[in-house]
Design a protein around this ligand. Structure first.
Ligand code: 5AD
Ligand code: SF4
Ligand code: FES
Length: 360
């Protein structure tokens, strides 16, 4: 038995074992993927669930060094999708049995914004008979706001920790009150407290990031006992401060391979959570999402943002699905998931099994 096979016989890994696993290649890497695929099959089955994604607004109060829609990027036209447009996208999702939605936007916490979201949630639920599983991805918010949105029908929340190492986090964000690691961590705890299914994640292949950091990220997810994860490769964007460090980056292929391994290892470590096959995976590899589904992902987020806004929501370079209408992405993903050997859980919420078990 090889060293990697020996490690894989266990379900709990130490940090140094995780680093070894993250370094594995060739036949060893294949072993990791095989184990992850088997765990996925046994614990969450072969269904992939759709979360129709509405990129509600690219207006953001923050200035993260890596992100294309940071407030400091003056080259962008800022937008918000109108209520009528959101409801039209929701109607499409509902009629096509997507069962779940994600509403994502730049981070804002003023009263006008939080109330707009609350009203939108009510309208969505009215339109869809409360049948949509709604996920929010709207950044750090107060407990009061989170409760308000929860009461208006949101059930899940995605808030990536981005990097669980506070020192790395600091290098990726301005050093000020609005970009504080401890505040972000507290925001994650608030999500748990207010009853959401909690999702988090990190970017992979960031400048200054080490394999030790990534091993710690995986242990952080486990320790926090997350319900959902969304991780993907870091992809540089020309109009961001981090772009100047692009010479430090791994090749795109290496970043993709490492991301795939992170998905597989997380599946082995946290067998019954929901793991997204992210758009960033697709950006670095034409078959990126299919590969992620094969080694552990069970969630995919077809884009429902009206096409006219799409090129204003470029968090990173070469983001796919900029011109494709919702129906084109639907057909495309159906084919891709079919190729992966999975099926789509149409009409099912596909809530995190991990969350359901903890609730019992
Ligand atoms: N590359 C990859 N992912 C990025 N995000 C933001 N900028 C980038 C980038 N350059 C991710 C962050 C954020 C999510 C909405 O998009 O992790 O949480
Ligand atoms: Fe705003 Fe999120 Fe981009 Fe940071 S990563 S600048 S919070 S949209
Ligand atoms: Fe949008 Fe393939 S998912 S075109």
């Amino acid at each position: 038995m090889t060293r990697i096979e020996e490690i894989l016989q266990k379900d709990e890994f130490t940090k140094s074992e995780l680093v070894e696993l993250l370094k594995a290649d060739g036949g060893d890497r294949k072993k990791i993927f095989e184990k992850a695929a088997a765990v996925k099959k046994q614990y969450v089955g072969n269904k992939v669930y759709f979360r129709g994604l509405i990129e509600f607004s690219n207006i953001c109060a923050k200035n993260c060094y890596y992100c294309g829609i940071r407030s400091g990027n003056k080259k962008l036209t800022r937008y918000y999708v109108t209520e009528a447009e959101v409801l039209e996208a929701v109607k499409y999702a509902y009629e096509n049995k997507y069962a779940s939605l994600v509403i994502q936007a730049g981070e804002r916490s003023n009263k006008k914004f939080t109330t707009t979201i609350t009203n939108l949630l009510h309208k969505i639920n009215e339109l869809t008979n409360n049948e949509m599983g709604i996920t929010l991805s709207l950044g750090e918010q107060s407990e009061e706001t989170l409760i308000q949105w929860r009461e208006a029908g949101a059930r899940r929340y995605l808030l990536r920790i981005e990097a669980s190492n506070p020192e790395l986090y600091r290098k990726l964000h301005p050093d000020n009150k609005t970009h504080d690691y401890t505040t972000r961590l507290n925001a994650l705890h608030l999500l748990r407290k207010t009853g959401y299914q909690v999702g988090t994640g990190v970017m992979i292949g960031l400048p200054f990031q080490t394999l030790d950091d990534l091993a710690d990220d995986l242990l952080f997810f486990k320790e926090f006992d997350i319900d959902m994860a969304g991780m993907g490769p870091y992809i540089e964007h020309e109009d961001t401060p981090l772009y100047q460090y692009r010479h430090l980056l791994m090749s795109k292929k290496e970043r993709f391979d490492l991301s795939l391994k992170m998905v597989a290892l997380l599946r082995i470590m946290m067998k019954d959570i929901n793991i997204a096959a992210t758009t960033a995976m697709q950006t670095l590899d034409k078959m990126g999402r299919e590969k992620a589904i094969k080694v552990g992902s069970n969630i995919i987020m077809p884009n429902l943002t009206p096409v006219k806004y799409r090129d204003s929501y470029l968090l990173y370079e070469d983001k796919p699905c900029i011109d494709e209408e919702a129906s084109e992405c639907k057909n495309c993903l159906e084919a891709r998931i079919h190729i992966s050997g999975d099926e789509i859980g149409y009409g099912e919420w596909g809530d995190s099994l991990h969350f359901k078990k903890r609730k019992k």
